[in-house]
Design a protein around this ligand. Structure first.
Ligand code: NAP
Length: 250
Protein backbone atom coordinates (compact mmCIF):
# COMPACT_ATOMS: atom_id res chain seq x y z
CA UNK A 1 0.00 0.00 0.00
CA UNK A 2 1.38 3.50 -0.82
CA UNK A 3 2.33 5.80 2.06
CA UNK A 4 -0.26 8.40 3.04
CA UNK A 5 1.37 11.83 2.92
CA UNK A 6 -0.42 14.94 4.27
CA UNK A 7 0.91 18.27 3.03
CA UNK A 8 -0.88 21.22 4.63
CA UNK A 9 -0.54 24.36 2.54
CA UNK A 10 -0.19 22.13 -0.51
CA UNK A 11 -1.77 24.70 -2.81
CA UNK A 12 1.17 27.11 -2.35
CA UNK A 13 4.47 27.37 -4.16
CA UNK A 14 6.57 25.17 -1.87
CA UNK A 15 3.76 22.87 -0.71
CA UNK A 16 2.76 22.07 -4.30
CA UNK A 17 6.35 21.15 -5.17
CA UNK A 18 6.50 18.92 -2.09
CA UNK A 19 3.22 17.24 -3.05
CA UNK A 20 4.49 16.70 -6.59
CA UNK A 21 7.71 15.12 -5.29
CA UNK A 22 5.83 12.57 -3.17
CA UNK A 23 3.21 11.83 -5.85
CA UNK A 24 6.12 11.23 -8.22
CA UNK A 25 7.43 8.48 -5.98
CA UNK A 26 4.10 6.69 -5.82
CA UNK A 27 2.74 8.04 -2.52
CA UNK A 28 -0.92 8.84 -1.84
CA UNK A 29 -0.80 12.59 -1.18
CA UNK A 30 -3.47 14.81 0.42
CA UNK A 31 -3.04 18.59 0.17
CA UNK A 32 -4.91 21.28 2.08
CA UNK A 33 -5.54 24.99 1.71
CA UNK A 34 -8.31 27.48 2.50
CA UNK A 35 -8.92 28.82 -1.02
CA UNK A 36 -10.88 26.06 -2.78
CA UNK A 37 -10.12 27.25 -6.33
CA UNK A 38 -6.40 27.58 -5.74
CA UNK A 39 -6.38 24.17 -4.06
CA UNK A 40 -8.27 22.55 -6.95
CA UNK A 41 -5.75 23.96 -9.44
CA UNK A 42 -2.85 22.61 -7.37
CA UNK A 43 -4.52 19.21 -7.07
CA UNK A 44 -4.95 19.04 -10.83
CA UNK A 45 -1.33 20.02 -11.42
CA UNK A 46 0.12 17.57 -8.88
CA UNK A 47 -2.36 14.66 -8.88
CA UNK A 48 -2.71 15.04 -5.11
CA UNK A 49 -6.11 14.80 -3.35
CA UNK A 50 -7.46 18.20 -2.20
CA UNK A 51 -9.20 18.84 1.14
CA UNK A 52 -10.29 22.42 1.84
CA UNK A 53 -9.28 23.11 5.43
CA UNK A 54 -8.07 25.95 7.62
CA UNK A 55 -5.46 24.20 9.73
CA UNK A 56 -5.48 26.99 12.31
CA UNK A 57 -9.05 25.91 13.22
CA UNK A 58 -9.38 22.86 15.50
CA UNK A 59 -12.71 21.70 14.01
CA UNK A 60 -11.37 21.83 10.47
CA UNK A 61 -8.32 19.80 11.45
CA UNK A 62 -10.38 17.20 13.32
CA UNK A 63 -12.63 16.77 10.26
CA UNK A 64 -9.63 16.60 7.94
CA UNK A 65 -7.92 13.83 9.87
CA UNK A 66 -11.14 11.87 10.49
CA UNK A 67 -11.74 11.93 6.74
CA UNK A 68 -8.33 10.46 5.90
CA UNK A 69 -9.49 7.02 7.03
CA UNK A 70 -6.07 5.61 7.86
CA UNK A 71 -2.88 6.65 9.71
CA UNK A 72 -0.69 9.27 8.10
CA UNK A 73 2.85 8.10 7.30
CA UNK A 74 4.32 11.52 6.50
CA UNK A 75 3.05 14.86 7.81
CA UNK A 76 4.38 18.03 6.21
CA UNK A 77 3.18 21.14 8.06
CA UNK A 78 3.78 23.60 5.25
CA UNK A 79 0.74 25.87 5.80
CA UNK A 80 1.73 29.30 6.97
CA UNK A 81 3.17 32.59 5.89
CA UNK A 82 3.73 36.09 7.16
CA UNK A 83 0.29 37.51 7.91
CA UNK A 84 1.93 40.94 8.01
CA UNK A 85 1.84 40.81 4.19
CA UNK A 86 -1.95 40.33 4.16
CA UNK A 87 -4.09 43.41 3.59
CA UNK A 88 -4.61 45.28 6.87
CA UNK A 89 -8.09 45.39 8.44
CA UNK A 90 -9.66 48.87 8.75
CA UNK A 91 -8.77 50.70 11.98
CA UNK A 92 -11.40 50.51 14.77
CA UNK A 93 -13.76 53.50 14.79
CA UNK A 94 -14.95 53.43 18.43
CA UNK A 95 -14.29 57.03 19.50
CA UNK A 96 -14.46 56.08 23.23
CA UNK A 97 -11.52 53.70 23.03
CA UNK A 98 -8.22 55.35 23.95
CA UNK A 99 -5.76 55.53 21.05
CA UNK A 100 -3.08 53.67 23.02
CA UNK A 101 -5.47 50.79 23.70
CA UNK A 102 -6.27 50.66 19.97
CA UNK A 103 -2.60 50.50 19.16
CA UNK A 104 -1.98 47.69 21.65
CA UNK A 105 -5.07 45.82 20.50
CA UNK A 106 -3.83 46.01 16.91
CA UNK A 107 -0.41 44.75 18.01
CA UNK A 108 -1.99 41.84 19.89
CA UNK A 109 -4.11 40.94 16.85
CA UNK A 110 -1.09 41.06 14.55
CA UNK A 111 0.97 38.81 16.84
CA UNK A 112 -1.88 36.35 17.30
CA UNK A 113 -2.43 36.19 13.54
CA UNK A 114 1.15 35.07 12.90
CA UNK A 115 1.14 32.66 15.84
CA UNK A 116 -2.13 31.13 14.59
CA UNK A 117 -0.99 30.92 10.97
CA UNK A 118 2.37 29.33 11.68
CA UNK A 119 2.59 27.82 15.18
CA UNK A 120 -0.95 26.82 16.11
CA UNK A 121 -1.63 25.45 12.61
CA UNK A 122 1.45 23.22 12.85
CA UNK A 123 0.73 22.07 16.39
CA UNK A 124 -2.89 21.21 15.55
CA UNK A 125 -1.88 19.24 12.46
CA UNK A 126 0.61 17.16 14.43
CA UNK A 127 -1.66 16.79 17.49
CA UNK A 128 -4.40 15.39 15.27
CA UNK A 129 -2.28 12.96 13.26
CA UNK A 130 0.23 11.78 15.87
CA UNK A 131 -1.94 9.38 17.95
CA UNK A 132 -2.42 7.05 14.96
CA UNK A 133 1.07 7.38 13.47
CA UNK A 134 3.10 4.18 13.24
CA UNK A 135 6.77 3.28 13.58
CA UNK A 136 8.73 4.56 10.57
CA UNK A 137 6.59 7.69 10.13
CA UNK A 138 7.98 11.21 9.69
CA UNK A 139 6.91 14.65 10.83
CA UNK A 140 8.30 17.63 8.92
CA UNK A 141 7.49 21.15 10.04
CA UNK A 142 8.46 24.44 8.38
CA UNK A 143 10.36 27.26 10.02
CA UNK A 144 12.16 30.13 8.35
CA UNK A 145 15.46 31.95 8.09
CA UNK A 146 13.40 34.73 9.70
CA UNK A 147 13.58 32.77 12.98
CA UNK A 148 17.28 33.68 13.19
CA UNK A 149 16.36 37.36 13.47
CA UNK A 150 13.22 36.90 15.54
CA UNK A 151 12.33 40.56 15.95
CA UNK A 152 8.90 40.17 14.35
CA UNK A 153 5.82 38.13 15.17
CA UNK A 154 6.49 36.00 12.06
CA UNK A 155 10.10 35.31 13.08
CA UNK A 156 9.05 34.47 16.62
CA UNK A 157 6.29 32.15 15.40
CA UNK A 158 8.77 30.29 13.18
CA UNK A 159 11.38 30.17 15.98
CA UNK A 160 8.70 28.58 18.16
CA UNK A 161 7.94 26.00 15.45
CA UNK A 162 11.65 25.13 15.27
CA UNK A 163 12.03 24.83 19.07
CA UNK A 164 8.80 22.85 19.43
CA UNK A 165 9.85 20.40 16.71
CA UNK A 166 13.11 19.63 18.54
CA UNK A 167 11.16 18.84 21.72
CA UNK A 168 8.63 16.82 19.73
CA UNK A 169 11.43 14.66 18.36
CA UNK A 170 12.38 13.55 21.89
CA UNK A 171 8.77 12.58 22.58
CA UNK A 172 8.12 10.63 19.38
CA UNK A 173 11.61 9.14 18.92
CA UNK A 174 10.96 6.12 21.17
CA UNK A 175 7.97 5.28 18.92
CA UNK A 176 10.25 5.16 15.83
CA UNK A 177 8.92 8.47 14.48
CA UNK A 178 11.21 11.30 13.36
CA UNK A 179 10.47 15.04 13.67
CA UNK A 180 12.48 17.68 11.83
CA UNK A 181 11.97 21.28 10.79
CA UNK A 182 13.00 22.74 7.43
CA UNK A 183 13.88 26.44 7.55
CA UNK A 184 13.81 27.96 4.07
CA UNK A 185 15.55 31.16 3.11
CA UNK A 186 14.19 33.25 0.24
CA UNK A 187 12.24 30.89 -2.05
CA UNK A 188 11.07 32.27 -5.38
CA UNK A 189 7.93 31.35 -7.33
CA UNK A 190 5.62 31.29 -4.29
CA UNK A 191 2.78 33.45 -3.02
CA UNK A 192 4.68 34.23 0.17
CA UNK A 193 5.32 37.94 -0.47
CA UNK A 194 1.79 38.59 -1.81
CA UNK A 195 3.35 40.43 -4.77
CA UNK A 196 4.95 42.98 -2.43
CA UNK A 197 8.63 42.05 -2.86
CA UNK A 198 10.51 45.03 -4.31
CA UNK A 199 13.24 44.53 -6.90
CA UNK A 200 15.76 46.00 -4.44
CA UNK A 201 14.84 43.63 -1.61
CA UNK A 202 14.85 40.66 -3.97
CA UNK A 203 18.38 41.58 -5.06
CA UNK A 204 19.46 41.95 -1.42
CA UNK A 205 18.05 38.53 -0.51
CA UNK A 206 19.83 36.86 -3.43
CA UNK A 207 23.02 38.84 -2.71
CA UNK A 208 23.09 37.41 0.83
CA UNK A 209 23.38 33.83 -0.48
CA UNK A 210 26.70 32.09 -1.23
CA UNK A 211 25.45 30.69 -4.53
CA UNK A 212 23.91 33.99 -5.68
CA UNK A 213 20.52 32.63 -6.61
CA UNK A 214 17.04 32.46 -5.19
CA UNK A 215 15.87 29.20 -3.69
CA UNK A 216 13.20 27.31 -5.57
CA UNK A 217 10.32 25.18 -4.27
CA UNK A 218 12.04 22.09 -5.66
CA UNK A 219 15.04 22.77 -3.37
CA UNK A 220 12.78 22.39 -0.35
CA UNK A 221 10.84 19.48 -1.87
CA UNK A 222 14.01 17.43 -2.32
CA UNK A 223 15.00 17.77 1.34
CA UNK A 224 11.45 17.08 2.52
CA UNK A 225 11.37 13.88 0.51
CA UNK A 226 14.76 12.81 1.89
CA UNK A 227 13.68 13.41 5.50
CA UNK A 228 10.76 11.05 4.96
CA UNK A 229 12.93 8.39 3.30
CA UNK A 230 14.37 5.22 4.90
CA UNK A 231 17.87 6.79 4.56
CA UNK A 232 16.97 9.52 7.06
CA UNK A 233 15.78 7.47 10.05
CA UNK A 234 18.64 8.71 12.29
CA UNK A 235 18.06 12.35 11.33
CA UNK A 236 15.66 13.77 13.91
CA UNK A 237 15.28 16.77 16.20
CA UNK A 238 16.99 19.06 13.68
CA UNK A 239 16.31 22.34 11.95
CA UNK A 240 17.66 21.97 8.42
CA UNK A 241 18.30 25.17 6.47
CA UNK A 242 17.68 25.60 2.75
CA UNK A 243 19.00 29.07 2.05
CA UNK A 244 22.04 28.96 -0.25
CA UNK A 245 24.26 29.95 2.69
CA UNK A 246 22.41 33.13 3.60
CA UNK A 247 22.48 31.81 7.18
CA UNK A 248 25.12 29.26 8.13
CA UNK A 249 25.31 26.75 10.97
CA UNK A 250 28.30 24.81 12.26
N1 NAP B 1 8.70 31.65 0.16
C1 NAP B 1 9.61 31.95 1.05
O1 NAP B 1 10.55 32.73 0.76
C2 NAP B 1 9.57 31.33 2.43
C3 NAP B 1 10.68 31.51 3.26
C4 NAP B 1 10.66 30.95 4.54
C5 NAP B 1 9.57 30.20 4.95
N2 NAP B 1 8.51 30.04 4.12
C6 NAP B 1 7.39 29.22 4.62
O2 NAP B 1 7.09 28.21 3.68
C7 NAP B 1 5.72 27.82 3.81
C8 NAP B 1 5.08 27.78 2.42
O3 NAP B 1 4.95 29.08 1.92
P1 NAP B 1 5.11 29.47 0.37
O4 NAP B 1 6.36 30.22 0.24
O5 NAP B 1 4.88 28.30 -0.50
O6 NAP B 1 3.93 30.54 0.25
P2 NAP B 1 2.47 30.43 -0.40
O7 NAP B 1 2.61 30.22 -1.86
O8 NAP B 1 1.73 31.63 0.09
O9 NAP B 1 1.84 29.12 0.24
C9 NAP B 1 1.27 29.06 1.52
C10 NAP B 1 0.33 27.88 1.56
O10 NAP B 1 -0.20 27.75 2.88
C11 NAP B 1 -1.63 27.72 2.80
N3 NAP B 1 -2.16 28.20 4.06
C12 NAP B 1 -1.84 29.34 4.73
N4 NAP B 1 -2.52 29.42 5.87
C13 NAP B 1 -3.28 28.28 5.94
C14 NAP B 1 -4.20 27.77 6.88
N5 NAP B 1 -4.50 28.41 8.01
N6 NAP B 1 -4.80 26.57 6.61
C15 NAP B 1 -4.51 25.90 5.49
N7 NAP B 1 -3.64 26.34 4.56
C16 NAP B 1 -3.06 27.52 4.79
C17 NAP B 1 -1.95 28.57 1.57
O11 NAP B 1 -3.23 28.32 1.01
P3 NAP B 1 -4.52 29.24 1.38
O12 NAP B 1 -4.04 30.66 1.48
O13 NAP B 1 -5.49 29.00 0.28
O14 NAP B 1 -4.99 28.71 2.68
C18 NAP B 1 -0.87 28.03 0.63
O15 NAP B 1 -1.22 26.75 0.13
C19 NAP B 1 5.09 28.81 4.78
O16 NAP B 1 5.01 28.21 6.07
C20 NAP B 1 6.08 29.98 4.80
O17 NAP B 1 6.04 30.70 6.00
C21 NAP B 1 8.49 30.57 2.87
Amino acid sequence: MPRLVLVTGGSGGIGSAVAQRFVGSGDDVVITGRDADRLARAAEATNARPVVCDVARPHDVADLVAGLGRPVDVVVGMAGGNTGFDDAAPAPSDADTPAEADRLAAAADAWRANLDANLISTVLTVEATLPQMREGSSIITVGSIGAEYAGSSYGVAKAAVQAWTAGLSAKVGPRGITANCIAPGFIDETGYFRGKLSVERRERLIGATHDKRAGLPADVAGLTWFLASPQARHVTGQTLHVNGGAHTTR
